[in-house]
Design a protein around this ligand. Structure first.
Ligand code: PEP
Ligand code: MN
Length: 347
């Protein structure tokens, strides 16, 4: 159920509706919009009667939300969610096409700093790199854990890049929350519900990747898990799904971008690296992703991809990333969206 408050409802009126909801053992999610505040109700609503709220001061209308996801839905919030980072001009979901770039995994201080210097110079505002890697084989490189997070913190200090890195379980999430600016939940964990709930209690934005066989509803329900715990800063990410195609590692489902924009106010990014698994397809699919309306890209870039400990085949050389940025910048301009202007990039 969703309670839409009148445009001029007072904070006090919003508060009393929330208190009423909580007194019934449910959770109230007050979501301010430009026109009015909406209050989403989660929990067991079986017994709830619209009449309980209809007559309360400041209430405009009570709507039954028929979709399984509520807080994620445009019914609750009509305008796009924009996620800002205080003290910086970086954002997700606004006019800017956000660019996250960096290696698959943090392998060493030198590798991270060398790559970071290049992606910062090319105009990326976010740096990626796994300190905890969910690998298919237990014998593959598993990441540097907290030492990797410390290297990422150094990258932020040196280059002003915001840090995006993956948490693979509740313990790593505690540490990722401490060191990073954005907590990544990987495709393999998209339906790890206890991890999603823990991410929902975190006070940092969550980048949620689509599971490799997840439908759009399942993807949105995973985001709902995070939001239902009170963390409303969720960024979705399409990273390719499993199909019969064998010319790529996954099939990048770009049609999910307008589908998400239609149903949800949350930003959605595209990952052309895992989405194709092939270096030569990363730039073409990045161009397509921006053209289809993606709110940003997450791209693997490595200073020496041939010696990378993970995903070298899909990692761009820094020079290729420069080219990607200049091409994508031109496409963004056609759509009246921004990417860091070239002038601002030169340091
Ligand atoms: C990654 O971003 O390095 C990663 C493991 O991605 P995904 O969860 O999409 O496979
Ligand atoms: Mn990877």
């Amino acid at each position: 159920m969703l309670i839409v408050m009148k445009a001029h409802a007072t904070e006090e009126q919003v508060r009393s509706v929330c208190q009423k909801i909580e007194s019934l053992g449910l959770r109230a999610h007050s979501i301010p919009g430009t026109q009015r505040t909406a209050i989403g109700i989660t929990g067991n609503e079986m017994e709830l009667d619209a009449g309980t709220f209809d007559e309360m001061a400041g209430v405009q209308e009570v709507i039954r939300v028929s979709k399984p996801y509520k807080l994620v839905s445009r019914d609750v919030k009509e305008e796009d969610t924009v996620i800002n980072f205080p003290g910086t001009d970086a954002s997700f979901g606004g006019d800017e096409v956000a660019i996250i770039a960096g290696p698959c995994a943090i392998e060493s201080r030198e590798q991270a700093l060398t790559t970071a210097e290049r992606v910062a110079r090319a105009g990326a505002k976010f740096f990626r790199g796994g300190a905890y890697k969910p690998r298919t084989s237990p014998y593959s490189f598993q990441g540097l854990a907290e030492d990797g997070l410390k290297i990422l913190a150094e990258v932020r200090d040196r280059f002003g890049l915001l840090i995006v890195t993956e948490a693979i379980d509740n313990e790593s999430l505690d540490l990722v929350e401490k060191y990073a600016d954005v907590i990544q939940i990987g495709a393999r964990n998209m339906q790890n519900f206890s991890l999603l709930k823990r991410a929902g209690k975190a006070r940092k934005p969550v980048l949620l990747k689509r599971g490799m066989s997840a439908t759009l509803d399942e993807f949105l329900m995973a985001a709902e898990y995070v939001m239902s715990e009170g963390n409303y800063e969720v960024i979705l990410c399409e990273r390719g799904v499993r199909t019969f195609a064998d010319h790529t590692r996954n099939t990048l489902d770009l049609s999910v971008v307008p589908a998400v924009h239609r149903l949800s106010h949350l930003p959605i990014l595209v990952d052309p690296s895992h989405g194709t698994g092939k270096r030569n397809k990363v730039t073409p699919l990045s161009r397509a992703a921006v053209a289809v309306g993606s709110d940003g890209l997450i791209v693997e870039v490595h200073n020496d991809p041939d010696r990378a400990l993970s995903d070298g085949m899909q990692s761009l050389y820094p020079d290729q990333f420069d080219l990607l940025m200049s091409e994508v910048r031109q496409i963004a301009a056609v759509l009246h969206r921004e990417l860091t202007p070239v002038a601002a990039v030169a340091r």
